[in-house]
Design a protein around this ligand. Structure first.
Ligand SMILES: [Zn+2]
Length: 339
């Protein structure tokens, strides 16, 4: 079985996207939020069948862990109320996709973070999504200020109430930023990779997993710059008098395979322990074109794992086993239907 741990609803219906535009315009004008539009099952079904499902079938993966479009989370827009309204709408839409394609998608939620708010609303929405909608994890934005980094590091006590809830519910968080409102940082080319790398370094500097030994984070996009500079991070851990990375972080931190060329995947599987790698494609996402040197889609990451020089057991762990361990609620769901 092939589980893609990283998919977003980047093809959400136009009615949904327009409502967001209208919601923000109303907020700026001091008006109440307009009513959420009626979106038919047919519209949702078509938005998936013509896009993600087509590629899933072509690429022979089985199940996608699916969350709202990350670049549209826009936590820096509006305030806590605006973020909550938008987040609930986005998560409910994911639930509808899961219900329309129950064997193909399983839900992960965005959180109604807001730069000047505490995490009370995020915790409530996480509980709703896990307990009521059957979601299996969340995306956590380490920089809800959208490229301005105005929030404290991930190891700060500010985040602890959310971590306590993640541990209690036994769900992981993917560390995932949203849009960049800093013109220095291109969203998917710089801000995403910066944030992946930044999150990992913050975790090295702290002792978060001493306090939360079962907390699990997925750092997407192949871990940003981390695997490529693994020696630097091991050396920094040593200089900072931290334990070696194996015990300090690597029982709790996992990288996906959203690296869009073969040499990058080869490096990832050579440098990082097999148990820490989860198959992901972020399809349809940041890079949608065809690589002229291979004639294949850049984000067809299954090809790279298929071609990597690893054992069949290691390949199976990347495609399935590791993800079942990181997402125990997914494992339970699959076992319940004999998958
Ligand atoms: Zn993503």
């Amino acid at each position: 079985m092939i589980i893609d741990c990283h998919g977003h609803y980047t093809t959400a219906p136009e009615l949904h996207n327009q409502w967001r535009i209208d919601q923000l315009a109303a907020f700026k004008a001091g008006q109440p939020t307009p009513e959420y539009p009626v979106i038919s099952d047919e519209i949702i079904r078509a938005s998936i069948e013509e896009n993600q499902l087509k590629l899933i079938n072509e690429r022979c993966s089985d199940l996608t862990i699916f969350s709202p479009r990350a670049s549209a989370m826009g936590h820096h827009e509006g305030d806590q109320r605006i973020s909550k309204e938008w987040t609930v709408a986005c998560n409910n839409l994911i639930k509808r996709v899961v219900d329309l394609f129950p064997g193909t998608f399983v839900g992960v939620c965005q959180l109604p973070q807001s730069p000047r708010a505490d995490l009370t609303e995020s915790i409530a929405e996480l509980e709703r999504c896990v307990n009521e909608l059957g979601f299996i994890g969340c995306n956590l934005n380490p920089d809800p200020s959208g490229g301005m980094w105005q929030t404290v590091p991930l190891t700060d006590k500010y985040w602890y109430p959310l971590y306590e809830k993640l541990v209690e519910l036994d769900v992981p968080a993917m560390i995932h930023v949203s849009a960049s409102c800093n013109e220095n940082f291109h969203a998917t080319g710089a801000h995403y990779m910066n944030a992946d790398t930044t999150a990992f370094m913050q975790l090295i500097q702290g002792d978060l997993f001493k306090d939360f030994p079962t907390l699990r984070f997925i750092i997407p996009h192949g871990g940003g710059a981390v695997p490529y500079h693994w020696g630097r991070y091991r050396g920094l851990a040593d200089m900072l008098k931290k334990p070696s990375l194996d015990g300090h972080l690597m029982n709790n931190v996992f990288f996906d395979t959203c690296v869009y060329h073969q040499p990058g995947i080869n490096l990832l599987v050579e440098v990082i322990d097999n148990k820490n790698i989860l198959f992901g494609s972020e399809m349809i996402g940041a890079v949608r074109g065809i690589d002229p040197t291979t004639g294949q889609y850049f984000d067809d990451t299954k090809r790279y794992i298929d071609a990597a020089k690893i054992s069949e057991a290691e390949r199976k762990s990347i495609f399935e086993g590791n993800t079942r361990k990181v997402f125990p609620r997914l494992n339970k769901k699959l076992e319940a239907v004999g998958r």
